[in-house]
Design a protein around this ligand. Sequence first.
Ligand SMILES: Cc1ncc(COP(=O)(O)O)c(C=O)c1O
Length: 378
Amino acid sequence: MTSKRLNRIKGSATLAIAKLVSDIAQEGKDVITLSLGEPDFTTPKHICKSAIQSLRRGDTHYTPSAGIPELIDAVAKKLHADNGINVTPNQILVTAGAKQAVFIAIQAVLDEGDEAILLDPAWVSYDACITYAGARTVWAPTTPDFMPPDLGAHITDKTKLIIINSPGNPTGAVFNRKYLEEIADLAIDNDITVLSDEIYEKIIYGKTHFSIGSFEGMHDRVITINGFSKAYAMTGWRLGYMAAPADITGAALKLHSHSVSHATSFVQHAGITALRSNQSSVEEMITEFRARRDILVNGLTSIGFNCKKPDGAFYVFLDVSEYGGGDAVTKQLLREAYIAVTPGSAFGPGSAKYIRISYAASRKRIYDALDRIRDTIT
Ligand SMILES: Cc1ncc(COP(=O)(O)O)c(C=O)c1O
């Protein structure tokens, strides 16, 4: 009874694990959840206050589909100041989370029979969005240190899109300028659009984030996506945005206007506050994430794992091939140690030997998890 289009895709693997965890927790077990891509901090108070004030003011009505002009202006200024990307208001679309921006942007550019290049491993939703559009994912395995491979070898005359995500989920890898310039050159030479998902831009440890949309010759072929979930601990608020060439933003806006209409009114007002106010809460969060990363990486190394220190995001992508591979270790950790992680197989066909461990959990929980891992799988 269901559409062929939807039958081609599976539900989100990470959300499926969240359901499993809640089932086990309901049995009274103390599950340590290291499977979520979600900061455990609460949203900074001044942002919450701004939403409350907005509600009290009566901002409870429909807004323009693309977003309220003041937020679009704040996004444009942010993109200029932080990313060196210069766009006009009609190139920006405010969405219900970065995930919705990814979905509508991909639907806006891909047709049946097109090919889109994804680096393996990649965040779980890109492949589903490509498949839903009727296009085909061409997987390009990353190098052993999770850097972009030679993408030229994967380009055909059907390639329409390359998706990049730096700092990346699930690896935490940050691409340097040289790698991004190589991708930009390929995109220009082969007339390919690049979708750059920069949701982890602020969660970076000592490295510089570069936006490919600011590079020469890329202005008219890059879709830059970002959001509020990670930098401002606003996952539940559902607020994100895309900035793209006007024709792509216009096409995405059609789908947006016929589906969600617009991002929630008072959430958009809180978004203006998040962007325009002092960013010290972001700094505090990064300092804490860095400390947790070090605890986790040092702990895993002392247990005997070969664990690279990621430069961004809040994940460690760990090779567990010596212990039976990602699927087996995920099951074992959940059943025997009550630790939830995500199997690498969720992120690409070549990533089954890994598990993704999120360190968006308190230091105490990370120490406890390390004890349980030591007792369980070594
Ligand atoms: C790489 C990446 N892009 C996009 C998203 C979606 O973020 P949002 O909560 O803004 O929809 C996530 C969330 O986990 C992510 O990891």
